[in-house]
Write a protein that binds this ligand. Structure first.
Ligand SMILES: [Zn+2]
Length: 278
C-alpha cells in the first residue's frame, strides 16, 4: 500500500537535493534501490509477483520542486497492470485548482487514491483549505493516504531541512475522518511518537486504516502489534515505503513478529484487496 515514485521519465525527483540526501543517509538506503524508474518498479514488483500502490508527493509550493507527474504513474500502471496500482498526489496549496484535477485523474487516468505528506507539504490535515480536495476525493470514491508520525525527510539536515514534525500528528486526521465519513483513509506508518493517537482514531472511525510501511516490523511498538492482532485486524495493511525499505527485508522481519496465523493473510493481502475493491 505504500511505494514511492521518486524519479520522473525526465530524470527529475520530487524533493530538493538537500532533503533527498538527508533522507538517504537516515534510512541507509541500498544504492541499488535508491532511485528506481517507474519501469524498474514495475519490473521489480512483477518479478516478486506482488502489486504495489505507487505515488509521488506533490509539495511544489513548499519545496519549489515539481513532483513526478501523476499521469506518468498512471501510464506505468497501464504497462504493469499486474504490478502497479496508481495513486496520485496534489499539493493542498493548489486549492480549488487542485480539487478540479481529482476527477480527471480518477476518471481518465484510473487513479485510485491520493497521498498527502503534511510535513513536506507544510499543512495541518484539518486545514479547511484542503477540504475542497477531500470533497472531490470522497465524491470520486478514492482513498486518502496521510503520512503520520516522525519523518526521515529532512532528518539530520540543518533545522531538519525546515520540515516541521507537528503537522503529522494523526489526531488532525481524526477531524478529516469526522467531516468526510465516506472517504477511506489510511494513516501511513507506525505513527511515532503518536502511536496511541493513531490506534485511537483507527478504532473509532470505521473508514480509517493503518499501513505498516516505513519501519522494519522489528521496531513496531507492542501496542501496534497487539491491535493489529485484535481490534484492527481488518484495517491494518502491508506497506514498505519502497525504495526506502525493500519488500524482501520487510517481509523477512514481519515473519518474526508475533502476528496470529489467521491475521497474517489479512494484513498482507486481504485487507488491501477489500479496500481497493480488487
Ligand atoms: Zn512514504
Amino acid at each position: 500500500m505504500h511505494t514511492h515514485a521518486e524519479v520522473s521519465n525526465s530524470g527529475s525527483g520530487s524533493l530538493s537535493r538537500e532533503l533527498e540526501e538527508a533522507s538517504s543517509t537516515y534510512f541507509k538506503v541500498d544504492g541499488a534501490h535508491r532511485k528506481p524508474t517507474l519501469d524498474e518498479i514495475g519490473a521489480y514488483y512483477r518479478g516478486l509477483k506482488m502489486a504495489a500502490v505507487v505515488f509521488t508527493v506533490d509539495a511544489e509550493a513548499a519545496t519549489g520542486v515539481p513532483a513526478v507527474p501523476n499521469e506518468e504513474i498512471a501510464e506505468a500502471a497501464r504497462r504493469y497492470p499486474d504490478a502497479i496500482i496508481p495513486f496520485a498526489s496534489i499539493d493542498p496549496a493548489k486549492g480549488r485548482a487542485g480539487a478540479r484535477r481529482v476527477r480527471e485523474l480518477v476518471e481518465r487516468h484510473g487513479v485510485r487514491g491520493f497521498k498527502f505528506h503534511p510535513n513536506v507539504q507544510a499543512f495541518y490535515p484539518n486545514d479547511r483549505a484542503a477540504y475542497p480536495l477531500y470533497a472531490a476525493i470522497e465524491e470520486c470514491g478514492a482513498i486518502a493516504v496521510f503520512h503520520t508520525g516522525q519523518t526521515g525527510i529532512g532528518a539530520g539536515a540543518p533545522g531538519g531541512g525546515g520540515i516541521r514534525l507537528k503537522y503529522s500528528n494523526p489526531m488532525y486526521v481524526d477531524d478529516v475522518a469526522a467531516d468526510f465519513p465516506g472517504m477511506p483513509i489510511i494513516l501511513a506508518h507506525p505513527s511515532f511518537p503518536w502511536q496511541d493517537e493513531a490506534l485511537a482514531v483507527a478504532t473509532h472511525k470505521p473508514q480509517v486504516h493503518i499501513d505498516l510501511s516505513g519501519w522494519s516490523p522489528k521496531y513496531f511498538p507492542p501496542q501496534l502489534v497487539q491491535y493489529a492482532n485484535t481490534l484492527l485486524k481488518d484495517k491494518v495493511l502491508f506497506g514498505t515505503d519502497y525504495p526506502l525499505l525493500t519488500p524482501e527485508r520487510w517481509l523477512a522481519d514481519f515473519a518474526k513478529l508475533p502476528i496470529k496465523d489467521e491475521v497474517r493473510p489479512k494484513i498482507l493481502k486481504g485487507n488491501a484487496a477489500r479496500l481497493l475493491g480488487l
